[in-house]
Design a protein around this ligand. Sequence first.
Ligand SMILES: [Zn+2]
Length: 284
Amino acid sequence: MPEGDNVYQAATAMHAALAGKRLAASDFRVPSFATLDLAGWTVIEVLSRGKHLLHRLAPPGSGAQQEHDDAGRLSIHSHLSMEGSWQVYAAGQRWRKPGHTARVALTAEDGTSAVGFSLGVLEVIPTAQEGSAVGHLGPDLLGPDWDAARAEANVRRQPERAVGLALLDQRNLAGIGNIYRCEVCFLGRVHPATPVGRVPDLPGIIATAKRLLEANKSRPRNTVGGFGPRNSTWVYGRAGQPCLRCRTRIEHSTLAEPTPGTGTHIGETRERDIWFCPSCQPLR
Ligand SMILES: [Zn+2]
């Protein structure tokens, strides 16, 4: 499951490769947009909002430089979900993923392309209506709208809810996936099943999430490591191995979501596997 920093990196790479360029071709391989042709459109910017990606495009013949003029512009909204990725290719470069998993390919006039594979969500919407796609998100840990106090207040709205679930709920704060959820609970010494109202230092946990995402957002990362010592995670994926702090065996379990009917946005189904140290993170 991609985390906010992976999505941020994908957006940054595509922005560097495509911003300011006109598209020579687009190839949407999903039924709803199979006939859409964005040749001649100019990529204005590519950005992330939590774990969502937005490619903003200006129509042919329009002034691409005009700021704050969304009229006529389109946004390609995508979400990587569990398996998805976006990759940038130089002209003529071979794709590193099987062609049948490609959902969209955008090719600029200089041959540079961005290809989205196995995307969980792919739609093209008027830029003015981006709110329908990402308006439900809480403050973005890596976005210009980050607001720690508002994120904390959002989490606290359900004091009985497990903190490990509240942190994954993108409506509370946007950008945390399962790795960060498990790691920040360990670093905050709270069991992920602890009710929000009983977490001793919720602002500290949110600050840790912000710090980890910021630290990793511009770091090339092919593995999930980089949190604990020796480039390992502290607890994520380490069931049965000794805790790097106290040597107790790390445990794996699952968290049940007590509030059914939430998380209706595709690709945001909450991951329920948890890893934790029973000594460092006793259930309160
Ligand atoms: Zn421990």
